[in-house]
Write a protein that binds this ligand. Structure first.
Ligand code: T4K
Length: 392
């Protein structure tokens, strides 16, 4: 007899891949009153100073500079570290990563990724080093730490800079150390879609005070003092309004994280037993940024492809994201680069076809996650039913 389970009811309201942590409006008022009283709206005021210090402590890094967004922070890191020529990087990332290199007149050289972490594969990186290479730009994708030890060994062997795109990795730890303490510099994104956010914003962390001083000048047009412009800088300064929002968000981060941890473990429990779905455990949730809930869909075992699952979930009012599809190496602006050839990037190509980011944010209830898992299960079962019917 056929097991005819009832399909779960769609959500009445759309469920997005994320929603920002929004502190109560009243919690912002006293901070905004201070801004109004001083009339300093930007150019490194009191809110900025307070947030920079608070985040330096929270992230456990020696030096930190706030920015208007993570991309500006990355471009500034590249300039401050005098990176030249070719930079080894991953195709499995947001466009900002290779674009920061191209925008700086550098050439991104794509290397394949590790099938378990989906981060740069150190062996592929080691094979790609040439006399033109000056740096590695690695991404802690979904907040999963890169193999920081192996990447640093390659960099030391060849005299390369290491820059981390830690856009997803706020608060993550590896090897008993905060994630922002590895490499020459690490960029964090504080976009509204991130665990910690300032609506738009970002930061650059480093250990070297002289690098921080250079970064701060470059963030402010290269202005070094009243009568000196020492470098080709940009305007990357975070405003007082964004910094005030960040301070209010930071106060509520523990509750947000606690709920995200619960949701992640709920997803993990359900997907551990679902055929064709592989749950990507980014790290022990105590050491994780809890930024994304990610599955990989094995189409033959699950019954339908990742793309079909994504489309069917929309019928249930659930809006998932294919982070990161297409690969950056498939964009028109990069596909002609020799390193962008699909033959060079087989692991990344497969991951880009299989990954799906599911809703994850503190405002999501435990029962919402149960319903989303029921929907995934129902879609798989329906797909299998059709497959069997077709074979018969
Ligand atoms: N490196 C990496 C590895 C990155 O992932 C990113 C950014 C960067 C560098 C660059 O950092 P930033 O320069 O941005 O600081 C989003 C974000 O815009 C982007 O910051 C992020 N990565 C990327 C992974 O995701 P979209 O195009 O997917 O965002 P959007 O607007 O479609 O938002 C997704 C969902 O979030 C919406 O369906 C609803 C919800 N949402 C979004 C916004 C903006 C809200 O509820 N409220 C909001 O205000 O790129």
């Amino acid at each position: 007899m056929t097991d005819r389970r009832r399909s779960p009811a769609p959500f009445a309201e759309p469920i997005y891949v994320t929603r920002p942590l929004l502190p109560p409006l009243e919690s912002l008022t006293p901070r905004l009153a201070q801004v109004w009283a001083t009339q300093q709206l930007t150019n490194i005021g009191a809110q900025h100073a307070q947030l920079e210090a608070a985040l330096r402590d929270y992230l456990g890094v020696r030096e930190l500079s706030l920015f208007t967004n993570g991309t500006a922070a990355l471009i500034t890191a590249i300039r401050a570290l005098d990176v030249t020529g070719d930079v080894l990087t991953t195709p499995f990332t947001f466009p900002a990563t290779p674009h920061a290199l191209s925008w700086s007149g550098l050439t991104p050289v794509f290397c394949d990724i590790d099938p378990s972490t989906l981060n740069l594969d150190p062996e592929a990186v080691a094979r790609a080093v040439t006399s033109r290479t000056s740096a590695i730009l690695a991404v802690h994708v979904y907040g999963t730490p890169c193999d920081v030890t192996a990447l640093q060994q390659i960099a030391d062997r060849h005299g390369l800079r290491v820059i981390y795109d830690a856009a997803h990795a706020f608060g993550a730890r590896v090897l008993d150390r905060p994630i922002g303490t590895f490499g020459d510099a690490s960029m964090f994104s504080f976009h509204a879609t991130k665990l910690f956010h300032t609506a738009e914003g970002g930061a650059l962390a480093c250990a070297d005070p002289s690098l921080k001083a250079k970064v701060d000048d470059l963030r402010n047009f290269g202005i070094h003092g009243p009568d000196a412009v020492d470098g080709v800088g940009l305007n990357g300064k975070m405003s007082e309004l964004h910094a005030a929002l960040g301070l209010a968000v930071l106060e509520r981060l523990d509750a947000e994280l606690a709920q995200r941890r619960r949701l992640l473990s709920r997803y993990g429990d359900r997907f551990a037993a679902m055929d064709g779905i592989r749950w990507l455990q980014t790290a022990d949730t105590r050491d994780s940024s809890c930024q994304y809930a990610v599955i990989r869909v094995d189409a033959s075992a699950f019954g339908c492809s990742r793309d079909t699952l994504h489309d069917r979930l929309r019928e249930y009012n659930v809006y998932t994201r294919k982070y990161f599809h297409p690969l950056c190496s498939d964009y028109d602006c990069y596909r002609d680069h020799p390193s962008a050839s699909p033959a060079n990037l087989p692991v990344a190509a497969r991951a880009a076809k299989e990954v799906l980011c599911l809703p994850l944010y503190g405002g999501l209830a435990d029962t919402d996650v149960d319903r989303i898992c029921d929907m995934v299960a129902a879609i798989g079962e329906a797909a299998h039913g059709r497959l069997v019917a077709r074979v018969e």
